[in-house]
Design a protein around this ligand. Structure first.
Ligand code: ADP
Ligand code: MG
Length: 730
């Protein structure tokens, strides 16, 4: 009986590896930071004054660049890219598949006979037609046009990777429908800018623009390449569908506080260097709670750029990992029983005057501005919790939400003790019209908000949406997600709420209420209305589930049902009113998300079936045969009577293995039947529900019996690297 060679070989390979140290170009990051980006410095060197100013204006004010100047920009960009060794260019975009996409074209162009030139003009810069027929579009392309095109987004600078000039673009259909993540994001950024600027105008006439800021934190697992290849489930689905919980998991949390393993550290330094060249301001790196889990976080940036940088970073990480014989797992729950991976989205709003609107200040007037944004954000979450739940829903995140160390599926807001007291105080203080005395007292209260409340002890890690001193942290976002999905929704609902706020305040002012008082009274009303969404307790406990139910908050556990909110008339109204997504675009997105959910579960279910029947059952049978031989041998040697006693344990084991083998095979067959039924359902929602309710439960049942076999079968015969090996091999 040959030992399972792949597992043994994989372990040997993995254990034999040494860190691959790659030295950065300089020990001073400032010497190479942004060197692969067509940033302002590069533009000044390679563009004419007019072209440079046009791009700057487009970047900062969103103005259009005319064709002639675009030609100049293209020509300068090409020269710059060539100086960095680029021979090709691509429009880089973010289709709804989840990763970034690119189609490379050479600058080179043959002209008459044997001659050729290097060509890149304004048209090529501004627009490109990718062969888009295979990107998901949820029926939009069929309904409207056969193809889509990419269009230059000057808000995010071009960069060179390898020998290719990459131009960040949006991806739209010929009739203008968004086919990607970026277009709606840009629309939401515009909506929040308009609504927030209007509110700022109550306080400060100098505020003419409000920008969203995003600081993401990317969690991930590393796995050795050889072990990765020995686990078909991780290769195909990004997560381990089988594996008994190791004796030692993350209980001791020694990994969290420990130093980063050297091989991982070499990898980190290398991908950080590449990221820094691309202008991604990565700053923080540390171990995470689970073994072989890590986190990387940059300094926050303007939202559109931050989204691009996160997509780019994931790409750089994947490429760099290969050089270090690792694979990066961005899946939200690669291993059952240990911490999953999230991508916390730290979000705030900043004005053109340099003020962070979510930072408490020193004076009552400034704090009223802070409170307006703070309370309106909370109210937005309260009114639209289901939309927020939907934008982070995915097959992977379903396993994470509510499990170890992850926020629950119930959306709530944590603001800390200090602000809770303040809001409670405000709620009681302002009753009806305000007396001068209560107004003064209130102003004093508001004036007292400490400006820095970044106290770690006041942080509640169990909350999906937490205020952390000068920003909100949306923690429910999954590690594999494009931040744009969550940020589009968050900014849309905040924009809508700010718009409603302004309307109410204006109406009161019109009727004769003083501005400050009108603002305070509306804030107070919002505090009262949104109280149910505020939760300071332990989000992991079952008591919270009961309490949330009493408060009327939704607890939607799975993706297909979370996505139902896209169908609601009020959702369609919200997104079209804010100019972010039309009804057709929303429907298309819904369809794509349902379909992607089905595809993911289909892959998992197929891989689980294959592994159970082709890998696990044969291994169990081999071991059972050994036991049977052993029992027979005992009979030969000892005779039937003595053998009955001596072989009792083995016979028990043979029976137990038979039991699990049988269940495993029956369950796999039943799962295939369930899948067949689901596959012929035409309605996307019904099909997703069928996969969720009828197919998915088999995965857990199959896992149960497979894991039982894993602990019964001789370790030497077991074909798949075990969880302890995946988690602890460095
Ligand atoms: P923790 O892991 O404790 O949540 P980190 O320091 O890792 O905290 O992450 C905090 C993140 O918040 C960083 O990415 C940081 O850039 C970001 N951040 C800080 N201020 C702002 C802001 N005003 N807007 C958006 N993000 C911010
Ligand atoms: Mg965080």
């Amino acid at each position: 009986m040959p030992a399972p060679r792949l597992r043994a070989k994989a372990l040997e390979d993995a254990l034999g590896r040494r860190p691959k140290h790659v030295e950065p170009p300089s020990s001073r990051i400032s010497e190479y930071y942004g060197s692969s980006v067509f940033n302002e410095e590069a533009m000044r060197m390679f563009l004419t004054e007019d072209a440079y100013l046009a791009v700057r204006q487009a970047m900062h004010q969103g103005t259009r660049i005319d064709r002639k100047l675009a030609d100049q920009v293209a020509s300068g960009m090409k020269e710059w890219a060539a100086s960095k060794g680029a021979t090709h260019y691509t429009h880089w975009f973010q289709p709804l598949t989840g990763s970034s996409a690119e189609k490379h074209d050479a600058f080179f162009e043959p002209i008459s006979g044997s001659r050729s030139i290097e060509r890149f003009d304004g048209t090529m810069l501004a627009q490109q037609e990718p062969d888009a027929s295979s990107f998901p579009s949820g029926g939009i392309r069929n309904t409207f046009e056969a193809r889509g095109y990419t269009a230059w987004d000057p808000g995010s600078p071009a960069f060179v990777i390898g020998r290719t000039l990459c131009i960040p673009t949006i991806f739209i259909s010929y009739t203008g429908e968004a086919l990607d993540y970026k277009m709606p994001l840009l629309r939401a950024i515009k909506a929040v800018d308009e609504a927030a600027t209007a509110v700022c105008q109550y306080f400060d006439k100098d505020v003419t623009k409000v920008t969203c800021t995003l600081g993401w934190e990317q969690e991930y697992f590393l796995i050795d390449e050889a072990l990765f290849y020995a686990r078909p489930d991780i290769m195909a689905a990004g997560r381990a569908l089988f594996g008994h919980t190791p004796a030692k998991g993350q209980q001791l949390e020694d990994h969290y506080f420990g130093s980063i393993p050297e091989r991982a550290q070499a990898f980190m330094r290398d991908f950080e260097t590449e990221s820094l060249k691309l202008g991604i301001p990565v700053k923080t790196r540390h171990n995470e709670v689970a073994p072989n889990q890590f986190e990387c976080a940059p300094v926050f940036e303007e939202l559109n750029l931050a989204v691009d940088h996160n997509m780019l970073l994931m790409d750089v990480m994947e490429k760099t990992a290969r050089k270090h014989d690792f694979r990066v797992l961005f899946h939200e729950k690669p291993y059952a029983g240990v911490n999953g991976s999230g991508k916390h989205n730290n979000w705030s709003l900043a004005t053109n005057t340099g003020k962070n609107l979510l930072r408490p200040a020193k004076t009552p007037k400034e704090n009223m501005l802070f409170l307006a944004f703070f309370v309106n954000t909370i109210k937005a979450i309260h009114s639209h919790a289901d939309v927020l739940r939907a934008c982070i829903a995915s097959a992977g995140n379903d396993h994470r939400l509510g499990a170890n160390e992850a926020p629950p599926a119930i959306i709530s807001v944590f603001i800390g003790e200090y602000l809770t007291n303040l809001l409670d105080g405000l709620e009681k203080n302002i009753k009806g019209a305000m007396s001068p005395a209560s107004k003064t007292e209130l102003k004093l209260d508001i004036g007292r908000i400490p400006s820095v409340m970044l106290d770690n002890t006041d942080r509640n890690r169990t909350s999906p949406f937490a205020f952390t001193g000068n920003k909100f942290e949306f923690r429910a976002v999954g590690s594999s997600a494009n931040c744009a999905a969550a940020m589009t929704v968050l900014n849309t609902i905040v924009a809508s709420q700010l718009r409603a706020f302004k309307k109410t305040v204006d109406a009161m002012i019109k009727k004769g209420t003083k501005k400050d008082e009108a603002i305070l009274r509306v804030i107070r009303d919002l505090i009262v209305e949104s109280k149910a969404i505020r939760f300071e307790g332990n989000g992991y406990g079952d008591e919270w589930k009961a309490e949330a139910k009493k408060r009327g908050l939704s607890n939607i556990a799975d993706t297909p049902r979370a996505l139902d909110v896209w169908e609601r008339a009020e959702t369609k109204k919200l997104f079209s009113e804010m100019g972010v997504l039309s009804e057709v675009e929303l429907e298309a997105r819904h369809e794509i998300e349902l379909h992607s959910y089905v595809l993911k579960l289909q892959i998992e279910s197929r891989v689980a079936g294959d592994l159970a029947v082709n890998h696990i059952i044969p291994a169990a049978i081999s071991y059972q045969n050994r036991l049977i031989e052993n029992v027979r041998g005992l009979k030969d040697v000892l005779g039937p009577e003595k053998a009955a006693k001596a072989a009792a344990t083995q016979i028990g084991m043979i029976e137990e293995i038979s039991e699990h083998l049988g269940r495993l095979k029956t369950l796999t067959d039943d799962m295939i039947e369930a899948r067949k039924k689901a596959n012929v359902i035409e309605d996307h929602r019904e099909q997703a529900i069928a996969y969720c309710d009828q197919v998915k439960p088999y995965l857990d049942k199959i896992r149960y019996h497979a894991n039982k076999l894993e602990i019964n079968v001789d370790d030497e015969l077991w074909p798949l690297p075990k969880l302890r090996e995946l988690l602890f091999t460095r």
